[in-house]
Design a protein around this ligand. Sequence first.
Ligand SMILES: Cc1cc2nc3c(=O)[nH]c(=O)nc-3n(C[C@H](O)[C@H](O)[C@H](O)COP(=O)(O)OP(=O)(O)OC[C@H]3O[C@@H](n4cnc5c(N)ncnc54)[C@H](O)[C@@H]3O)c2cc1C
Length: 495
Amino acid sequence: MENAAYDVIVVGAANAGGFAAGAAAEKGAKVLVIDKKANSEYLYRNTIASVDSHAQQRAGVKIDKRELVEFLSAFAQDNVDQQLLWTWVNHSGEALDWLEEKVLKPNGDHLYATGDAYYETLMNKAFPSGNEITADEKAWDWGWGKYVIATDQALGVEFQYNTKLEHLLTDAQNRVIGVQVEDTETHAVREITAKQGVILCTGGYGANEALMQKWAPTLLKKNTYTQSPRDDGSGQVAALEVGAARDLEPASIIFDRGAVPVGTNIDDYYVKDWQSHQFVLGSYPLLKVNLRGERFFNESAPYQFAMNSLMHQPGHLEVMVWNAKTMDNLKQFHTLGCSRLGWPGIFSTDGEKKLLQDYLDKGYVQQADSIAELATKMHLPVDQLTKTVAHYNDLCDAGKDTDFGKEAYRLFPVDEGPYYAVTLGGILLATLDGLHVNSQMQVLDQHEAPIAGLYAAGNCAGGFFWGAYPDRVPGLTASHAVTFGRLAGQCVVDA
Ligand SMILES: Cc1cc2nc3c(=O)[nH]c(=O)nc-3n(C[C@H](O)[C@H](O)[C@H](O)COP(=O)(O)OP(=O)(O)OC[C@H]3O[C@@H](n4cnc5c(N)ncnc54)[C@H](O)[C@@H]3O)c2cc1C
């Protein structure tokens, strides 16, 4: 056993972990961060939510805290811990200000607050919570994770990569006193102790199909891809071994843009690759039909709702149908986040056209001169798709979606060729249900009492989300990770 040179061990070197380590080190702790992989910089995300960050104050963005907490509680039907929601609302600004002042500005970056999150229906109520990491307000800085790690190192934090947590070490009173780890290259096993505590920041479990079957079987049906291939749930399993409690119902963040080959059976299609076939245009509220060729929902709904709706449709996949004319009118759909046209998105009309050509070349998107030909290529009933498209065009002409209530500005006819179609399923970004924690980020046991010495933050911690992710509060998962990571680092030292 390595003797207790460390006060705090943080497991996981990405979003929550990087912030936890820096916060503990700032308070004078000797901190070790371990990560099972060889790197973690690229996992740091670019849109991070907050309430009242300095960047938001500069931009004049104001969010009513109570309204936001009520929205999040209602969104989750109160299957969450409201104390955690308030803790996030009250601390997210401070976490983002630390990021901007201590990490980004010394490296030429800053935060840019996005203020244009609004929608006009109840289904699409949105909050301007996003802060984007940028140097020039023309593009994201994808590489900022290295600045967090360098800032932590300057504070004295030590990083050991290729070092995987296998089990937690406890004393006779079940206090967590360290970790048993395996070197992922040599497979050597060793034990490392920590005087003050261990913070789990190990993310979700979406790449572990056995855990998915146990904790969230419907997610295997809703998703065709997972973009977090290293999420094996091992941190949560280690906590369960020492008596931790975890959420009983699943929560997740899903994108509705996983392009799959025509004829895919979702029951045996689950690809674990961060470079999955993400067809960004799939998140545009264009005409979408089920595998019978029928329209079945309001395409303006949050990303994840589409995948939920599909659980009531045959084959659990949708087909998006549009035409070449649509490609020159993408701006009018006013999508947010990474499907947005122009900064702070990454797409332009030319970029989307290039993507379309790429997916045509790969065979995921099919092109035809008539709807009947398109239906045949997509294995859809010709008569039904022809009828659906004609009726949709009538709704567009009338400017009113009397079937499902999509906003008038998002009704665009599919009335002349060339026509396109693509089959879409969900992309799981991360699972969000996890270990029970209190507002000090202490992991709780089956009696909701803290397990001494054990903390958790980020996607391995629960109580904050339930069911679908509220994507109209942009950046909330990354902010949940960094805000609570920072709090965990402070609380473990203060305990
Ligand atoms: C492509 C993509 C883009 C995204 N973009 C955004 C965005 O812009 N805004 C947003 O809000 N959310 C975004 N998300 C979601 C967001 O990344 C996560 O919800 C959140 O940031 C996760 O942070 P985390 O620290 O909990 O986990 P992670 O970032 O997943 O980090 C977990 C770390 O723990 C390590 N680890 C796991 N198990 C062990 C073990 N046993 N031993 C040692 N190390 C271990 C892993 O290797 C990993 O480095 C995105 C997700 C994806 C997939």
